[in-house]
Every structure is written in C-alpha cells, then in structure tokens.
Design a protein around this ligand. Sequence first.
Ligand SMILES: CC(C)(COP(=O)([O-])OP(=O)([O-])OC[C@H]1O[C@@H](n2cnc3c(N)ncnc32)[C@H](O)[C@@H]1OP(=O)([O-])[O-])[C@@H](O)C(=O)NCCC(=O)NCCSC(=O)C[C@@](C)(O)CC(=O)[O-]
Length: 357
Amino acid sequence: MLSTRVSRSLTTSSSLRTCTRLKTSRATSSRTYATPTSNPNHVTIVEVGPRDGLQNEKSVISPSVKVELVNRLGRAGLTHLEAGSFVSPKWVPQMAGTAEVITKMERMPGRHYPVLVPNMKGLDLLLDLLAKHPPTSSTPAPTNEIAIFTAATDAFSKANTNCTIAEGLERLEPVTRKALDHGLRVRGYVSVVITCPYAGKVDPQKVKEVTKALLDMGCYEVSLGDTVGTGNFTTVTKLLETVMGGTNAISAQKLAGHFHDTYGSAVNNVQTALNMGLRTFDSAVGGLGGCPYSPGATGNVATEDIMYALKDSPYTVAGDLEAVAEIGDWISKTLGKENASRAGKAIMASKKVSSKL
Ligand SMILES: CC(C)(COP(=O)([O-])OP(=O)([O-])OC[C@H]1O[C@@H](n2cnc3c(N)ncnc32)[C@H](O)[C@@H]1OP(=O)([O-])[O-])[C@@H](O)C(=O)NCCC(=O)NCCSC(=O)C[C@@](C)(O)CC(=O)[O-]
C-alpha cells in the first residue's frame, strides 16, 4: 500500500509532458524539460523497453504494438527511447520490424530514438531508410542516433555477435565513422561488465579498456551493461572506481548505467552509480527484457522503479511516473506477463483503491 504522501503526489502529477522536479513533484510539475547538461542534478533515463525489453520475448510482437509502446512512452514525457535494432533477423527475429516501427512511430522534436546497429550492413539499411524519410519542418528524421555494442569478454562477444572483442571493435570502427559522417550520434554499450554467463567474474580493467576504445572511436557515451544482473554495491563500486580512476580515467559524464534486475539489486546499483557521479541510466518500462544471449537474466531495472526511487530527492527526471506506470501495466498485460515493476504495481493498486473511494 502506498503512503498517503506518495499517493497524493501521484494523483496531482497530471501533466503527461513534464520534467518532474522530484523534490517538489507533489506541489507542481513543470511543463518544460530540464536541459540535462545545464542541471547537474538532472538524471537522464534511456528507455530501452521497446528494444531490450522486447527482443527476448518468445513470440514476435507486431510492429503496431511496438509503435504504440514508443508513442505512449513519448507522450509520457520520456526523452530517450531506444526504438529497435538493425541486427540480423536470423539472430534476433523479434527486432525484424524495426524499419516499420521507426517510420510509423510519433517522432517528437528534441527527443532521441536510438537504434542498435551491429555492423555495416545494419548501418547501410538504416541510412537507406533515412534517405527515404528525410525530416520535414514538422517531423524529425526517424532517428538521429545509433548504438553499437560489444562486451567485456570474448565469450559473450562471440555468443552475441559471432566475433571476439578485438574483431568486434575492428568491425565497429568504420561503422562509427560512417555514422558520424552522416550526422548521427553514436552511443556505445559494453555488456557483461560484472559477470559473464560463459566466463564468470569480469575484470573491471577489461571493462575500462573496452569502454575507452569505444569512446576513442567516437561514441559520445558508453553504457555499462550488467547483463546478467549480478551487480551489487561492492561490485558496482569497484567497477566504477576502476573505470573512473587511475591512468586513462573516464569521466562519469561519459558513462551510463545499464542494470538488469535478476538479483533485485538494480535500483540500489543505480543509486550507487548516482552517488559516484553517473547521471544517465537505461531502464525498461514494466521491467521488460533480458538478453537472448544471457540465459536466465531477467529484465532491465524498471523505469517506474528508478523514477520512484528518485522521487522527493534533489534529482530531476523527465516524464510522468503515473503515466509510465500505466504503460507498464498495459504492455505487461499485452504481452501476457506479470508486471515486473514493484513501483508500477503499487501505483496501479493505489489507483484502483482511489477509484473506488
Ligand atoms: C553481428 C551479426 C550480424 C553477426 O552474425 P553473422 O552470422 O556472423 O553475420 P553474417 O554477416 O554471416 O550474416 C548472417 C546473415 O544475417 C544477415 N545480416 C547480417 N547483418 C545484418 C543486419 N545488420 N541486418 C540484417 N541482416 C543482417 C546477412 O545478410 C546474412 O544473411 P544470409 O546471407 O544468411 O541470408 C549477428 O551476430 C547479430 O545480428 N547479432 C546481434 C545480436 C543482438 O542483437 N543481441 C542483443 C542486443 S545486445 C544486448 O542486448 C545487450 C545490451 C546492449 O542490452 C547491454 C547489456 O544488457 O549487456
């Protein structure tokens, strides 16, 4: 059951397009978005539900459901929405409809809709599509950003992309250069930063090395993926101390946290990373997801759970928590699975109670 304070704050946060100043969200909600770079306490959420969340579903989800998911999340005020992947459909059939999704979804000015690209073939398919759908005065291009991905172990890299880390970096370098030449932003991912399902415990120095390689290539930011979701206070602290310390220290502004919630520590891991200076976190509405090449790993930290954890704190985050909770409820029901967001479930339960009063 939600506390009175919380439920009151939820019922007063009526605007869908808000940057909720969490400390004061009970009183008002601003209708403008905070500019992340201008506010050191702004936390950017990269909503990965439409990609990371759906890529592991047993059944293939229709593009129309994916489009509706992106549209609803955009209308709820989320600013960074990972919309899909241009990967091989032989490897991840669930992402096969991404071209249709990014051309049909609502594209809001000022938002980012990154898509995963594993190789030159994926980038060329995307660039062809962008050439056919140029931006107009009212509608931005389908995307302005790609995400490239590798891992901190050769074993995971081979399972996920059929090549070693070194081969992957070599493959991604010209992809990044060409994407940048075409005006796209490039984000990087390093998977298995804590534990690898195939190689066990991961050396944080290796994570730092791969992260640096992606930044040197031209990524504006690298997301550190706890793919298996084994991270806790101690291992996340050690990881970030290593990556952000010593020779070739990488600044917190260049890093994002991507925590799966397999052991229930993902929100704590976000808070640990936040205390160490990170301000960008990946999450999935309803805690959707998992990686097809990380058997047993559960979904990402739920977007609702991060938003709730930061409520009444000095941090700001874009989006309306109640609206996101409703989307988590809707997509979980649509997929026929249990809503994995604790905060989302509590919010929906409290709404049911208040509607009966
Ligand atoms: C990298 C490859 C392609 C290598 O796979 P490969 O089999 O070595 O590649 P290939 O070049 O031999 O191609 C095989 C077939 O796929 C086609 N193909 C090849 N590339 C593409 C493309 N881009 N788009 C469409 N089709 C493509 C290609 O044309 C060919 O078709 P065929 O000739 O047999 O008919 C493959 O391993 C792959 O697609 N892997 C992606 C796996 C994936 O998407 N994993 C999940 C995302 S990563 C993740 O979830 C982790 C993250 C980011 O969330 C962070 C975390 O939690 O850790």
